[in-house]
Ligand binder design. Sequence first.
Ligand SMILES: *Cc1c(COP(=O)(O)O)cnc(C)c1O
Length: 388
Amino acid sequence: MQNEIFQIDQSYVANTYKRFPIEIVSGNGSLVYDAEGKEYIDMGTGIAVNSFGVSDPVWQDAVKEQLSRVQHMSNLYYTAPCAKLAKMLCERTGMKKVFFSNSGAEANECAIKIARKYAAETKGADHYTIITLENSFHGRTLTTLAATGQAHYHELFQPLTPGFVHTKANDLDAFVKLADSQKPAAVMIEMVQGEGGVIPLEESFVKGIAAYAEAHGMLFIVDEVQTGNGRSGQLYAYMNYSVTPDVVTTAKGLGGGLPIGAVLIGEKAQNTLGFGDHGSTFGGNPVSCAGAVSIIERIDEVLLASVVEKSNYIFNALQGADGIEAVSGMGLMIGIKTTKPAAEVLRICMENGVLCLTAKDKVRLLPALNIPMELLQRAIAVIKAAAV
Ligand SMILES: *Cc1c(COP(=O)(O)O)cnc(C)c1O
């Protein structure tokens, strides 16, 4: 029997997503339920968005409280959640200013605009090139696609925004050679390539890039759209590398389920954007920001330690298991290379009540930061059995 919603969706929603035949109707923490009442352990959290799971009561209360006051105001006026969230993010990171967007791609667009203006003002308008990594992912707008170092995303959408070059991850010599040959404005990297296969960068490479950028007056931009907000076991993944970025972009898990993105701007470029240089109608929406405050507030040392502990549990349980060739990642952002095709493992997991994701040829796990240990153990047992 074909679910009626599937039919309506297939008729009227643009064909950009290949959906699984499941209609999710409700959830509670790390458990979600489909229209037939089947229960699943959610190891994907809407792609690292529902940081504290589905219908989390603390987040819901924060959102509802703001919703009962005012749902939106233009950026012509002050609202408390926006100001509080910006202060909280700056105090936790040492960054100086925050620009709020609605998504990861828009946060990266803003970071790129900052880099272009900063370089034009400090070095000249010919210093516009942004260096990113091969196999990176920075978003779906034409400019963030240009930043994304994966040719297959580019092919059908030429011409993309000019001024982007890509270099191989973890090859510092290649980066230096490329940067020396260009007039670069900035370098932008993900600490763990998420869509690229959940691959953490090597520390020496990251430190080398940061040092080169500092020495050459380039901005060092870190895309923490997926790795941010506790996912890596630190508030932001760059904190695992002891480097200080000039600009950090984030989104996904920041809002706990509502659309929000943020650009955290460090000392150097804190005043680069002036009145009228950038804007967004929904940016800093008070409901999204109130939800985000309730998320960031709870990402404390105790929670981060539990993220690391659960991460270690996953690595230990999966490494060397039958049908599992490699486990990669950081914190609760895990990639699993299975002998079977990842899609096949996903299908078996789904049948057995566990929802996982893929990234390239890997099974990807992005569970809620507070997933109960008992559910995590059950999900890992299902994944292990599916991989055999
Ligand atoms: C998801 C993602 C983006 C794009 O975010 P959207 O909110 O989908 O625009 C950008 N960068 C990284 C690293 C991501 O994982």
